[in-house]
Write a protein that binds this ligand. Structure first.
Ligand code: FAD
Length: 480
């Protein structure tokens, strides 16, 4: 095989998929040769054996939770965070507006939301009613130096997202876009600062004789957080300009629905942010799952981190959400991904390859949590594979202080937020590759090489990653 394409898109997450979708809508897929390369599986083949096996079996070569058609989106809870129409800023989802301006970014996000609706998303939006109740929560937060970002949410639910993305996959395949599944992009082909193609190999293969070069003068990288490490390697190898990014480190917090009932009812997902003393680091809540389940998130080299889902039909009695502290390193250490991986590995070592869980009360009393403590705990852990232990051995002092201060303050906003039986799972880490330097057309310092979505640091959520893909296609219209 020695093929030439008009465009190669690497990664079939929302950013890559919406690039392909919009190219079809713009009429380009009819005559142009467009290829989407994805290291994971087609959406209908993505299954996670954790429920049957009772534990995470660390699927090889890639975890189906984070790889495959629709990327980290298919198994995610599918909460589309819409921009607030009345606000003149965009608080959640990433920084696409830094490149395109707020109004254009909002338009793109609403356009992407319409595509989700067209493929079967629930028309109901949470957070548009009971504005007086939302205002009350917001005022209580403000009085305690916590900001509540008020963003409406469209909830797809994990099972529904799967169906929706299957329809989208069928549509893309039926419209002349070629998709190579279970195919890894190993390397980029760069000559004289211009992209001329990529080197692919079957996913999981270490046999170099199976490497194949495929060519294009336009390559879009939509590789997500999963590909952040690979992208950092590419930056070094091919001198792609980048700057040190942030790493978000923290825990998944699980507490009773009854404590979170007002936030769940009026907002579905409360996005709270604080910059509290002594460090004044940004600490935020993220990905809140009412009546949800805590989940494993497995990365390359079996690194097992924690995340959460909620389903449309299957319910627990707990709410889970991430509590994340943002850290930015620049002198002399500039490797936020390595820092995050080290924390994740420490936590895994202590949990014998599993996520650790600890009661808040035990952390405050300086003791580890034992299995027997969990058996009599009023909050029953929904992640059955989590191992009771001491997360403070793994998480740094500064991050721990950030998180505990945030929990204590949030207790004044939501009484019960700091109940001793609430559970902290470690580690939850959001890796962003070193921020790739791009222009307003998402072009990197390598001509013809573009970077979109979570991987290069532009977005942090489904809807903005999708909007980024739409705009990428519109830019490419004039170029391919
Ligand atoms: C469990 C979980 C729950 C989440 N819940 C929500 C939510 O409710 N709402 C929300 O807004 N966001 C949520 N997110 C985040 C959201 O999924 C991401 O922001 C979004 O998917 C980013 O899209 P992307 O296209 O940038 O990257 P991804 O969706 O990460 O897709 C990247 C794709 O590229 C592929 N890839 C990477 N490297 C290569 C390579 N070298 N060769 C070939 N393929 C490659 C990967 O396999 C992957 O499929 C969640 C994430 C997780 C993990």
């Amino acid at each position: 095989m020695n093929k030439k394409y008009d465009l190669i898109i690497v990664g079939a997450g929302p950013s890559g998929v919406f690039t392909a979708y919009e190219l079809i809508e713009l009429g380009l897929a009819k005559d142009k040769k467009i290829l989407l390369v994805e290291q994971g599986k087609a959406v209908e083949k993505r299954t996670c054996p954790v429920e049957k096996a009772g534990k995470c079996v660390k699927c090889k070569p890639y975890c189906s939770i984070t790889s495959g058609f629709s990327g980290a989106g298919a198994f995610s809870d599918g909460k589309l965070t819409l921009p607030n129409k009345d606000s003149d800023s965009i608080e959640v989802g990433g920084s696409l507006h830094k490149y395109l301006g707020v109004e254009k970014t909002k338009d793109l996000m609403f356009y992407a939301d319409d595509i989700y609706l067209k493929f079967g998303a629930d028309p109901h939006i949470e957070g548009l009613e009971n504005l007086d109740k939302i205002q009350e929560i917001s005022e209580r937060a403000q009085a305690n130096n916590i900001i509540l970002a008020n963003c409406p949410i469209r909830h797809l639910g994990t099972e529904k997202s799967h169906e929706l993305y299957k329809k989208l996959q069928d549509y893309i395949l039926a419209n002349n876009v070629e998709i190579m599944f279970e195919t890894n992009v190993k390397d980029l082909i760069v000559k004289e600062n211009k992209i001329s193609g990529v080197i692919i190999s079957p996913s999981g293969s270490t046999d170099c004789s199976k490497d194949v070069e495929i060519f294009s003068n336009n390559v879009v990288l939509g590789i997500g957080r999963k590909g952040a490490n690979w992208l950092s390697e590419m930056c070094i190898k091919h001198s792609i300009k980048n700057r040190a990014g942030v790493v978000d480190v923290g825990v998944r917090y699980e507490l009773p629905d009854s404590v979170m009932k007002d936030v769940n009812k009026y907002l579905y997902e409360g996005k709270f942010v604080g910059y509290l003393p002594p460090y004044k680091d940004k600490v935020r809540t993220f990905c809140q799952n009412p009546s949800g389940f805590v989940a494993n998130e497995v990365y390359d080299n079996d690194l097992t981190l924690v995340n959460g889902h909620s389903y449309k039909n299957k319910k627990s009695t707990n709410t889970n959400l991430a509590l994340l502290a943002s850290h930015h390193f620049n002198d002399p250490f500039e490797e936020p991904i390595k820092y995050g991986v080290n924390i994740g590995e420490n936590a895994n070592q202590l949990g014998m390859g599993n996520v650790l869980v600890q009661r808040l009360g035990d952390i405050l009393n300086g003791k580890r949590t034992w299995d027997k403590d969990l058996k009599s705990n009023s909050v029953v852990p929904t992640l059955k594979t989590a191992v009771a232990g001491d997360i403070t051995y793994a998480i740094g002092y500064r991050t721990m202080v950030d998180i505990l201060e945030f929990i204590k303050t949030m207790d004044k906003v939501i009484p019960g937020f700091a109940n001793p039986d609430n559970l902290l799972y470690a580690a939850e880490i959001k890796f962003y590759s070193n921020e790739i330097v791009i222009d307003n057309n998402f072009e990197t310092s390598i001509k013809g090489l573009y970077s979109i979505g979570d991987g290069g640091g532009v977005t942090r959520g489904l809807l903005m990653a999708s909007a980024n893909g739409v705009q990428m296609a519109r830019v490419l219209k004039a170029l391919i």
